[in-house]
Design a protein around this ligand. Sequence first.
Ligand code: CP
Length: 303
Amino acid sequence: MKRDFLTMEQVDVADITQLLKRAEFMESSISGQDKSLDILKGKSIVTLFYENSTRTRCSFELAGKYLGAQCVGITTSGSSVKKGESLIDTAITLDSMKADAIVIRHSVAGAPALIAKHVKASVINGGDGMHAHPTQALLDMYTMQKTFGTLKGLEVAIIGDVKHSRVAQSNIVGLSKMGAKVKIFAPATLRPHGIENQPCAVCRNAEEAFRGSDVIMGLRIQLERQQKGLFPSAEEYNRFYGITAERMAMCNKGAIVMHPGPANRGIEIDCDVLDSPMCLKDYQVTSGVATRMALLEWATAGR
Ligand code: CP
């Protein structure tokens, strides 16, 4: 049976709860000397990345290997995509090699959903355009649940380039589904159209974003979009929207900082915050392996 994981909209509270619970077992298993399990022995996982990635791609490949699966990773630069092979033909080729799961990252929104219609393998969205990054949301929720014991009632402020962020989109949907209160804080030029219809509040100033928050989630400022003039300068952005120690002092006691990475030091987040114990960016990476192990098991169950 095929079980795709394409968006946070697609999964319900029971699915998310089950995945987060199973990830706890996976985390304990990779924390020991011997990380190997044989839960996916005989299964094959392919990662197909049309965009750059360090965390998502490597964590999926390690997750599969820790579970005993055969894992192969291909990127467009080293594949027949360079010779002009289409997305669907590439996916069907991998499917014909009997892949059980294909993890895909693509710059075009909807690409994973498109290939899911053409292959027998379970398809996992590793990030598509500005649309969704559901496995990042899953690992972020896992990190918060492990820190606070529950997601219900947590106040989470997502700060930065929300407009171009698939991480923000998936977290808004997933966190609100799990009972967290989500707010966003971004310059007007970096707020998505229709944000008022999303399950989140829109903050008008830094105080509204930081005061009373349990989690501050920074987003990468996509400097490659800066030529469009969406904000005056990196320095000015930092002055109004930067995550600083001074602003963190407005948060609830025990508040944490999260960042999906890669971070622009000194722009969306100050170095002293990024490198402080309240910042869980490195634990997020560990959470990424544990949650992706749980997800690979979920996606290939019954195949
Ligand atoms: N957070 C994230 O998706 O990182 P990578 O681009 O390194 O995979």
